[in-house]
Structure formats: C-alpha cells, structure tokens
Design a protein around this ligand. Structure first.
Ligand code: NAG
Ligand code: NAG
Ligand code: NAG
Ligand code: NAG
Ligand code: NAG
Ligand code: NAG
Length: 329
C-alpha cells in the first residue's frame, strides 16, 4: 500500500476509532451491562437548542461526572432527522453517550388536546424513522435507542405488538447496516403491568429502560422517605423477573421541587428542593448495597427545569443544590 493510500485509509477510519466510543468487546449491551451508579441525565429537547448549545450542556454535565444522556420530548414536529444528527453530534463533541428517544406520544404531554391528525401513524412513526435515520448516519455515540417514553402507560401505539413491530423493524435496519445497537422502551413497571399480552414486546427489547418515580405512588411522602426506596425496590423486583437476565438501566428517575408539571397521587407528598435533594442522595447512598451489587445505573430526570420542577438546575442555569453523586463505589 502506498503512503498516500495508507493515509487516506487512516482518515476514512478515524470516525470509527474515536477513543471515547470503544465498547467492551465491541458490544453496547456489554457496556450497559457493566454500568452502575449515577449515569447522567434526562435532557428535554423541546427548546430546540443549537448543536453548540447542546454540546455546552453536555460538556457541563460531563464535567460533573455524567456519562450518558437520554433525550425527552421533541423539537418541532420531531420528525426531522437532521435535528437528531445535531443531538448526536453534540454528544460526540462532549464525549458523552447518547440515547436518542423517539417520542411516540402523538402530542407533547398527556393532557394536551388531540386533533384528528394527532395519531401514532401520522405523528409518531415519522419520529421513529427520523431517529433511525440519524442513528445510522452517526452511530458512534449512540449507546441505545428508546422507542417511546412510557408508550405503554399512555397507550401511544394502540397495542404492545405495534410497538414491537417498529422495534423489530428498526433492528432489522441496524443489522443490515452492520450495527448492533440495543433498542428498548423507557417505561414504568406499571405501564408493562397494565398492558395485557406483552410477550412480543418484551421479546423485542434488548434490555429494559426503566422509568421509576416513587413521587407518583399512592403512599409517597418526602423524597428521602423509606417509602420512596421501598417503592423503587418493588418495581425493580418486577423488572428483574421480566428481564430474565437481560440488563436493566433506570433511564428516568427523580423527584420534583414543585407539583406544577405533574400532579402527585398522595396527599402526603412533599415537593420541594429539600425533598428532591433527599431523593438524589437516597439513590447515591445505595451505591454499594444496591446499584453496584445489581449492576444497575440510574439517570436523573431532569437536567434542567425545562421539565418544570424536575431539574437539578433552574432555567437560568443556577444549581438548585450542590449536587454530586458517586460514579464508583
Ligand atoms: C468480553 O468478552 C470476554 C470473553 O468472552 C468476557 O470474559 C468478558 O466478560 C467480556 N467483557 C465484558 C465487559 O462484557
Ligand atoms: C382542551 O379541551 C378542553 C375541553 O374541550 C378545554 O377545556 C381546554 O381548554 C383545551 N385545552 C387546550 C390547551 O386547548
Ligand atoms: C390534518 O392534516 C391534513 C393534511 O395535512 C390537513 O389538511 C388538515 O387540516 C389537518 N387537520 C387538522 C385538524 O389539523
Ligand atoms: C427500515 O428500512 C426500510 C427500507 O428502507 C424502511 O421502509 C423502514 O421505514 C425502515 N424502518 C425504520 C424504523 O427506520
Ligand atoms: C401472547 O402473545 C404471544 C406472542 O404474540 C402469543 O404467542 C401468546 O399466545 C399470547 N398469549 C396469550 C395468553 O394470548
Ligand atoms: C427506614 O428504614 C430504616 C432501615 O430499614 C429503618 O432503620 C428506619 O427506622 C426507617 N425509618 C422510618 C421512619 O420508618
């Protein structure tokens, strides 16, 4: 091989060997399997920030220890693949893993009014295709893909089988492109439990992305209360049975500092910064005895109060409390 063609090959291969994205044994699922403790944040993309702004947010998170980001909500119609390109590129610049989430609720939030066009086929499927397209263009930083945020709880697709269909379809396309990218849904234990025959869907996911919110429990108290931890454990036992050896990752957990965005179900609930901080610290305190012992990572919803009340920082960037969590224990 001549020197010029050798250098040409080096240039061509550069994007494939980015040191930040070397997966154990070449497998993202092994990476997920090895993760425990605090992993990172849920990041709301509804403000449609630029690549530079997102890269700055991701770099800030990373400077505080975050390793992984999962997106939440959507920008514009959510069906523009080039915006997912921007998100993935921002993650790559920051050197952080990204889990792009295809928002399958046809509208933004559950109590928003639907119009005749707000259906799964018209609004949600184009988002799934857009995410797939962008991920295939720049797979490196993509740790996994989420098809829906609580799609079973909100019954986004009409049936669990309809979701399974799109997951399997996405996987076929990844496989045909030589990509081994794990796919799942980010869902509550309750969402799986109320959805009838979940066999095909459960078989279609590579691992379980877990939404865990003791704040919504009927017996919720304060973030740091024993009931918070007990409720988490009850849900996790359900997921361990469902997963049958497949990895678990808590992709969304948190506690709000106010009740403005999502109302609670318990009259005794405490929504305050102190309560939010106490739930964060409760998770961090269980690093050794639970998260490391079980090899489970947790990601905090949310990075900022774009999801009102749920962030660790206010909209203007002010920290609500001096948050930090262990990455190793
Ligand atoms: C990588 O593969 C080897 C050999 O199969 C195995 O022993 C090891 O546990 C794997 N590493 C990870 C992180 O999965
Ligand atoms: C949604 O519909 C309800 C009932 O028709 C109405 O009261 C409410 O104002 C509507 N909300 C929005 C955001 O349009
Ligand atoms: C639904 O979409 C069609 C085709 O784009 C459009 O003509 C119609 O006005 C839309 N209906 C509503 C209620 O938005
Ligand atoms: C997979 O590829 C086929 C053929 O190009 C396409 O029709 C389908 O929409 C793709 N599926 C996803 C989830 O992107
Ligand atoms: C549930 O779905 C699976 C896969 O689609 C099917 O094989 C099974 O018979 C169904 N179980 C029941 C109880 O309907
Ligand atoms: C919470 O649980 C711990 C450990 O199980 C126990 O020691 C403590 O008394 C409990 N606190 C309350 C208020 O129930």
């Amino acid at each position: 091989m001549s020197l010029t063609s050798f250098l040409g090959w080096c240039l061509l291969l550069t994007p494939l060997v980015s040191a930040a994205y070397v997966y154990p044994n070449g497998s993202r699922l092994n990476q997920i399997r090895s993760m425990y403790a605090w992993e990172g944040f849920v990041y709301d993309i509804e403000p449609c920030k630029t690549t530079d702004e997102m890269a700055a947010d991701f770099t800030h998170m990373k400077s505080r220890g975050a390793r992984t980001v999962i997106t939440f909500d959507f920008c514009g119609t959510g069906a523009d693949a080039s915006y997912y390109d921007d998100i993935i590129l921002a993650a790559e610049r920051a050197g952080i893993f990204i889990i792009p989430l295809a928002w399958t609720l046809p509208v933004h939030v559950i109590n928003q009014n639907y119009t005749a066009n707000d259906t799964f086929l018209i609004k949600s499927v184009p988002r799934i295709l857009a995410v797939t397209e962008a991920v295939m263009r720049n797979p490196g930083p993509v740790l996994a893909v989420a098809v829906g945020d609580e799609p079973l709880y909100d019954d986004d697709a009409g049936s669990p089988d309809a979701l399974a269909y799109y997951i399997n379809n996405m996987r076929s396309n990844f496989t045909a492109a030589g990509l081994d990218i794990p796919i799942s849904i980010s869902e509550l234990a309750y969402g799986w439990q109320i959805s009838g025959n979940i066999t095909a869907l459960s078989d279609s996911v590579d691992f379980f992305m877990i939404n865990e919110f003791p704040y919504f429990a009927q017996n919720a108290q304060a973030g740091g209360s024993n009931s918070s931890w007990q409720n988490l454990l009850t849900d996790m036992e359900y997921f361990e049975t469902l997963a049958n050896g497949r990895p678990l990752l808590i992709t969304q957990t948190g506690w709000p500092s106010n009740e403005d965005e999502f109302a609670p179900n318990s009259p005794a609930v405490v929504a305050s910064v102190a309560s939010e901080e106490a739930y964060w610290n409760l998770l961090d305190r269980h690093c050794e005895d639970y998260f490391k012992a079980k090899n489970i990572g947790w990601m905090w919803r949310a990075y900022s109060d774009v999801i009102e009340g749920w962030g660790v920082i206010e909209l203007d960037g002010t920290e609500k409390w001096p948050w930090s969590a262990r990455l190793l224990c």
